[in-house]
Ligand binder design. Sequence first.
Ligand code: SAH
Length: 352
Amino acid sequence: MSATGTSDPLGEIFRRLIGNTGPISLMHYMGEANARYYASRDPLGAAGDFVTAPEISQMFGELIGLWLADMWINAGREEPVHYVEMGPGRGTLARDALRAAKRYGLTPSVHFVEASTALKDVQLASVPQAQWHHDLSTIPPYGPVLVVANEFLDALPVRQLVMTEAGWRERMVVPEGDRFVCIAGSQPMDAAIPEARRAAEVGTIIETCPGAAATIYEIAGRLKDQGGAALFIDYGHEQLRDGSTLQAVRQHLKVDPFIQPGEADLTAHVDFATLAPIAQSRGVRWLGTVPQGRWLRNLGIDARAQTLAQAAPQHGPAIEAAKERLVGEGQMGLLFKVMGLAAPSWPGGAGF
Ligand code: SAH
């Protein structure tokens, strides 16, 4: 059942559903909460709930556009070529990237994979030539694809398994007073845990994101068949680890994910360690997964900031501050990672 598209608070719908049919999985809870959250608003920016890298500075999208142009030129300038962005938010990254790429002769057709009607309206104003898709299946099947996803994978629902006295169980959600809580499900889930991780202390949580794995699998298939390259940028970890990373953000503050579902942005850390081998299993080249700060510096963000500041000296301090937010180690520079993928016949990418 889909709980979106109705006007009852999502929490009420969950209560009725759980009352009728029993506990729902955490993955169901997160998926419905985010579908409701994104469908009804533009959450980005100072007046919204959170700020993303492309909204901090045009330098972010520009350097991505240059990276894509460099890859495409080195691979032989094949046409037609498609720019594909997943979860493009306000369209800011695409607008900046496409402007920068155009200076190098790259003018791809533009495809946005977006679920939110509210955000589609904003994207139409920034990138009027875009074509919209519900998923990747309708992206043209010929010509290289240049794929970008910034803070997209972190919004996809995660599944959590918890070790109990009776073995591994899925984490399920039930109401408790005016909030929701997690309990262990009744179905044995031991078979879903890789053998090497099966022995664990009671209380250990393993989090997976089937949607992220499926996205990477599908994009890697496109890269293999059509040529192209992809960048996934998100906060996450490169080492396998335990524990829940589910969090909720509202008006720039962390809030409880189990209060008022659908009213805050729910995210989880992206498990890059698991995603790279999935791409490789399809014969695609993994270029690396590196901290965002290092990647942007390797691509020349310092020189770009200087050029912008020289052109508009009155904005110098603001440009420097924005750059620091993107690359600073205590800011986005270390927590955020950039994972690069390329078709087997495409060149290695700058910055990795
Ligand atoms: N990339 C943008 C926006 C990040 S917010 C930026 O960096 O500013 C997450 C984006 O993913 C939003 O555009 C949201 O509507 C979209 N999104 C979330 N879940 C989705 C899903 N399941 N399918 C398609 N788009 C989704």
